[in-house]
Design a protein around this ligand. Structure first.
Ligand SMILES: [Zn+2]
Length: 254
């Protein structure tokens, strides 16, 4: 949301503002203001059209990343750039979570909320790349390329933001996120740990307690949940998104 003064971010912001103004003017001229995309621009990413079921493209994928924390219970939203029923339902849940008109269509209201939630580096307001990577600054040395690890962490952060909001917008602490192989062995992580892929986050109990976090995480796109009762997970909840579901936190009834 914040516009950075000086440097590339400002230039990008100005470009987006110009693009948004042009769009606003063109839509005003043809009298479609009611369905026009938002005039506001954002330092991270600005949508230039309203998206709905049937839409496809990279702008749909950008939307999917930001609503990835709103799949159905136990589900993971595909980030495929195709606005199908699952994306519509996720948008609807996001809208409901923030008290917007819940129509499953991504227009000005939805974009404004997303702009308010995202920082200039596209991370959600309450999480940062630094918090998700206490291992190295390059995101390299893991099981995937640095760019993939960083992209995976971004999606995880949007899921964490949804989880945080569902738990009353109180702080959630990430103790460990991405790990290179050397960082992973240093902390005794398993050799095929999701931390090597960048999509894992180990959470502290904070004010919620482990079981509240572990149980609620089932609704926010984490198909890997390890918590109290699972070996070596009595002091944190491990959340990640591998290709298949694995939940185990027997103390919490999961
Ligand atoms: Zn972990």
């Amino acid at each position: 949301m914040k516009l950075t003064l000086g440097g590339t971010p400002m230039v990008r912001s100005l470009t987006r503002i110009a693009a948004a103004l042009a769009l606003l003017l063109s839509t005003a001229v043809i009298g479609l203001v009611g369905t026009a995309a938002p005039a506001s621009a954002d330092g991270c990413y600005t949508w230039s059209r309203t998206l709905a079921q049937g839409s496809s493209g990279s702008d749909v994928r950008q939307l999917q990343i930001r609503v990835s924390g709103y799949p159905a219970y136990g589900a993971v939203l595909a980030l495929d750039g195709s606005y199908g029923p699952a994306t519509k339902a996720a948008v609807k849940r996001f809208q409901q979570a923030y008290g917007l008109t819940a129509d499953g269509i991504a227009g000005p209201q939805t974009y404004s909320k997303l702009y308010a939630l995202q920082d200039n580096d596209c991370t959600p307001a309450n999480f940062s790349y630094g918090e998700l990577n206490r291992c190295n600054s390059s995101w390299s040395g893991g099981a995937v390329s640095a760019s993939t690890a960083k992209a995976n962490a971004l999606v995880t952060m949007w899921k964490l933001q949804a989880l945080r909001h569902a738990l009353g917008d109180r702080a959630i602490y990430v103790n460990s996120g991405f790990r290179s192989y050397s960082c992973n062995s240093a902390v005794g992580g398993s050799s095929n740990s999701r931390h090597l892929y960048g999509d894992a986050a180990d959470l502290a109990a904070g004010s919620h307690g482990f079981c509240t976090i572990a149980k609620r995480a089932r609704y926010h796109g984490f198909n890997m949940i390890l918590g109290p009762g699972y070996p070596n997970h009595n002091d944190h909840v491990h959340l990640a998104a591998p290709s298949s579901r694995y939940w185990s936190a027997s103390t919490c009834g999961i």
